[in-house]
Design a protein around this ligand. Sequence first.
Ligand SMILES: NC(=O)c1ccc[n+]([C@@H]2O[C@H](COP(=O)([O-])OP(=O)(O)OC[C@H]3O[C@@H](n4cnc5c(N)ncnc54)[C@H](O)[C@@H]3O)[C@@H](O)[C@H]2O)c1
Length: 271
Amino acid sequence: MNYVQEKVVVITGAGSGFGKLTSEKLAKMGARIILADINKEAAESAADGIKSEGGIAEYVVADVSDKEQVEKMVQFAVDTFGRIDVLINNAGTMPMAMFAAKENDIWDKCIDINLKGPIYGITAVMDIMIRQGEGQVVNISSLYGTCTHAGAGVYSATKSGLKMISDALRGETRGKIKVSTIYPSAAATNISSTVLDYSVPSDLYGKHFAEFMERIEKNPESLTNPDMNDPGSMMLSAEAITDAIIYCINQPKGITISDIMVRATNEAMVY
Ligand SMILES: NC(=O)c1ccc[n+]([C@@H]2O[C@H](COP(=O)([O-])OP(=O)(O)OC[C@H]3O[C@@H](n4cnc5c(N)ncnc54)[C@H](O)[C@@H]3O)[C@@H](O)[C@H]2O)c1
């Protein structure tokens, strides 16, 4: 069954990575997509790509750390398609660095984007979905929402906070709004460009870092385009995550998929 057909889906951070690929795949399944991103060119080109393939999509520029812009994004979706079935809170940054680096301004912004952004999104769509009698919020957390290590504290705090927000929203709106949380492990997207201290991600592989580097040296593509048929893979493709997001959305009305964690089979993070 295709439960995605004609659904109106608003996706933040839709100009790149999971957001872009999820938009493309949902559009191919017949959903109507609002692609929101702080990066106008990226959002516009992603929306144009969908339209050129016959899909239904519009883009809107929105900085999710700004409540008014998020409210305008939601209004734009309603004005364009008349309703909102799904909000995917996906936009995020990962400015990992040790506390000793005192990157407070950048961390403040990360908290605004990763944690306050989804709250602004939820409060903006809530009344609309309750009025419709149905709706769904999908929050993109992280493996880091369930554990952490040195240098990942602020990012982890935003992502574990997102799990709590999801669970509280599900309890508050049960029977009306479905709430799903996705916990991706490391996947090949542009998010690594927002890391401040690259010794931190190397730390996250801990005792397995040498194995990770050896795999990349032997096969550089395993970093950017990992083979998901390889049981030795230590990275995920973006597609592995988008399939999990779509699985949450492509369900009948009475079923909520609350939590999905996706890991590479040979993942060696944190432990
Ligand atoms: N890639 C991974 O390994 C991984 C793992 C776990 C969780 N995540 C989470 O997945 C989500 C998507 O990340 P991705 O990996 O696709 O990264 P990405 O960098 O490829 O895409 C992120 C998108 O968010 C947009 N964005 C950034 N700040 C924004 C803002 N203030 N307002 C609106 N848009 C903004 C960017 O322009 C970009 O298009 C993030 O929340 C990230 O924390 C990623």
